[in-house]
Design a binder for this molecule. Sequence first.
Ligand SMILES: NC(=O)c1ccc[n+]([C@@H]2O[C@H](COP(=O)([O-])OP(=O)(O)OC[C@H]3O[C@@H](n4cnc5c(N)ncnc54)[C@H](OP(=O)(O)O)[C@@H]3O)[C@@H](O)[C@H]2O)c1
Length: 299
Amino acid sequence: MQKILLTGVNGQVGHALKTTLAEYELVALSREQLDLTKVDDIRRVVREIKPNLIINPAAYTAVDKAESEPELAFAINATAAQILAEEAARLNAGLIHFSTDYVYDGTKIKPYLETDEINPVSIYGKSKLAGEEAIRAVGLPHLILRTSWVYGAYGKNFLKTILRLAAERGSLRIVGDQMGAPTSSKSIADATLQLVNVWQPAQQDQSGIIHFTNTGETSWHGFSCEIVNEYNALMLRKHWPVLKTSAENIVAITTADYPTPAARPANSRLNNAKLKQVFDVELPTWQQGLQQVMKSLIL
Ligand SMILES: NC(=O)c1ccc[n+]([C@@H]2O[C@H](COP(=O)([O-])OP(=O)(O)OC[C@H]3O[C@@H](n4cnc5c(N)ncnc54)[C@H](OP(=O)(O)O)[C@@H]3O)[C@@H](O)[C@H]2O)c1
């Protein structure tokens, strides 16, 4: 029986993982129980718990704020990842760590492969890349799962923001020239469980970076339209409050129309073939992921 240490249990992915990993002996810790800015605490807690596997979805995820808080972003996303890897190595444990599409600059025309050049254009992306590199340098059995555009029924995210804004306003202006795959925390947690079940950490060719997103692609604008359409389809059956915005009233704007402190890649599309090839694991389409989340919000 594996003993799993899970960080960031109050985050979107951490919260979903706590449910899906329930069949394992699981020690799921919040920021209050394990503050990843405190290196000595990380070492002490891991040594006390002695897990066979550490799963680390905890991260500094405030992409724009990171531009003005680089030390904090690097402390949580890079230094803490390194310490977790060192402590896992000390115990002969494996590490499953989450990373991001924002390690790429988005200039590639096609979906990114794990072997493509990395070139983060934000502090957040740089800090996540530094975390990946630190883990790889430790050399323990690891999986670095690069996901994208995470949302879910639990936590603050794009889906919740769109539903709130669409209830308040008659029209919305949403960026239409960044392409990627919205990925639900539930899909991530389900697929991570499948990986935990099949991963053989002792096999060196099973360590590495894996793209890990819902399949298919859209823009933030396309995602917003689908959210509103999906809500309206379910609303007919459930008598939810009526939204003021319909998909026809969501206007696609450009990234230049919506300046943010952190730059974002125009192409965030990740090719998931390696996940299928090595582990025979595949996440659902982004539309299926959305339907599942929308239903779970109300049903
Ligand atoms: N969100 C996205 O769109 C996205 C996209 C691509 C990749 N990812 C990656 O996917 C993973 C999961 O993301 P997510 O969406 O679940 O993030 P999230 O909802 O923002 O959750 C992050 C968690 O990290 C915790 N945390 C922050 N600082 C901490 C600290 N000093 N010590 C301990 N815990 C701390 C937070 O604690 P509190 O609950 O106390 O704040 C929160 O529970 C991350 O590695 C992220 O980089 C996310």
